[in-house]
Design a binder for this molecule. Structure first.
Ligand SMILES: Nc1ncnc2c1ncn2[C@@H]1O[C@H](COP(=O)(O)OP(=O)(O)OP(=O)(O)O)[C@@H](O)[C@H]1O
Ligand SMILES: [Mg+2]
Length: 372
């Protein structure tokens, strides 16, 4: 087993910078997620780790071993990196049984027959495929096929797993089930895993840590809690969480309020202190609050009229059964709240809303960098 380290890694296609100065230190046994929108450079990063793509600049280490460094002329080919990849479109051999599909990488490596048999059965047991070893891929469900593809990767006992959206071909229900199975399996095997997805729910539920990428650039690396509770900038704040965080333009007043024109919210003393230190008193900022931190006043624990309570118009109400997603408006300011199912709001009517001021975020205007 081994960790994986990227140091100042770039990938430039023609003139296009697909990966820009990436630094990532993935610990031995860690489940690391690469998360970001389509085209942000996730697959390219994974392919460079696999050795299917050479970095334009920078160093890649697997364990202590330098596997790529164009300046030094170092490039270890994929077959010598001891990694296994699972892709979105997992091509199983259609004419081979499940057994032979899983055994295939070991046969290629000329592992003795008796050992192959033992390892295939062990992996099949782990993945709940023992009863299906004689079937052909066409006789399997999508989830079962996906597990065979995983089995084929696991059976080799590689140092590192690289997975590129391996669950995206499955239906929603199966995806949720496989998510949990994969996470359990990864912990059981203890193999360093780098998992690419653009699905923030997958990232939040599966990862030990998440690396958020946008336009080839690493935005933040942290545990799911860290990226959710303390996003480094507006991109991360807006990408993780559904419905997304509300962003509102505000100016910070001398008296310690966030002023939205139509209304004001009183900031907490320690927040004012931080804003003072950042030189933002009297300045324009971006104020962020997640929908779940905007309450229907009727259900709010702490409401201080004039400080964190405002009257809003309910424009649209989406009833999700267990909760209500409410699109609100206060003058020019539009925002979304997540209210409990029992909330009595209805479209076209007004409601008192309460902001949980402990949960707010302030970002620098322009750079989008988080102040807190
Ligand atoms: N071989 C290539 N030649 C030129 N440009 C490329 C090449 N491979 C990838 N790119 C570009 O690099 C960028 C990153 O691509 P990449 O496949 O890494 O994105 P991704 O994050 O995996 O996206 P998705 O979620 O859609 O799979 C894209 O703009 C893509 O068009
Ligand atoms: Mg991709």
């Amino acid at each position: 087993m081994a960790g994986v380290r990227l140091e100042n890694v770039w990938k430039i296609f023609g003139g296009f910078e697909a990966v820009k100065d990436m630094n990532l230190d993935i610990k031995d046994g860690e489940f690391m997620i690469l998360l970001g929108p389509s085209g942000c450079g996730k697959t390219t990063t994974l392919r460079m780790i696999a050795g299917l793509e050479e970095p334009s600049k920078g160093q890649i280490y697997i364990g202590d071993k330098l596997v790529a460094d164009p300046e030094k002329g170092v490039f270890v080919p994929p077959k010598d990196r001891d990694i296994a990849m699972v892709f979105q479109s997992y091509a199983l051999y259609p004419h081979m049984t499940v057994y032979d599909n899983i055994a295939f990488p070991l046969k290629l490596r000329k592992v003795p027959k008796s050992e192959i048999d033992q390892r295939v059965r062990e992996v099949a047991e782990m993945l709940g495929l023992s009863e299906l070893l004689n079937r052909k891929p066409r006789e399997l469900s999508g989830g079962q096929r996906q597990r065979v593809a995983l089995g084929r990767a696991i059976v080799r006992r590689p140092k590192v797993f690289l997975m590129d959206e391996p669950l995206s071909n499955l239906d929603a229900k199966l995806r949720v089930k496989m998510r949990a199975e994969l996470k359990r399996l990864q912990k059981q095997l203890g193999v360093t895993t780098i998992y690419v997805t653009h699905d923030q729910v997958e990232a939040m539920t599966m990862g030990d840590r998440i690396a958020v990428i946008n336009q080839g650039q690493l935005q933040q690396v942290g545990t799911p809690e860290e990226v959710y509770d303390r996003p480094a900038n507006t991109f991360v704040a807006g990408f993780i969480g559904s419905p997304p965080m509300n962003f509102m333009s505000a100016s910070i007043t001398e008296e310690g309020f966030a002023d939205f024109g139509e209304f004001q919210l009183k900031l907490l003393p320690d927040q004012v202190e931080v804003l003072e230190e950042a030189g933002l008193i009297g300045k324009e900022v971006i104020f962020g609050i997640r929908p779940e931190d905007v309450y229907d006043a009727f259900f709010a624990q702490v409401k201080i009229p004039g400080e964190n309570m405002v009257r809003a118009l309910v424009e649209i109400m989406e009833n999700l059964g267990g909760e209500k997603v409410v699109h609100l408006r206060v003058g020019d300011v539009a925002l979304v709240g997540k209210f409990p199912a029992e909330s009595k709001v209805s479209e076209g009517e007004e409601v008192d809303i309460v902001f949980d001021m402990k949960k707010i975020h302030i970002f620098e205007k322009g750079s989008g960098k988080a102040i807190f």
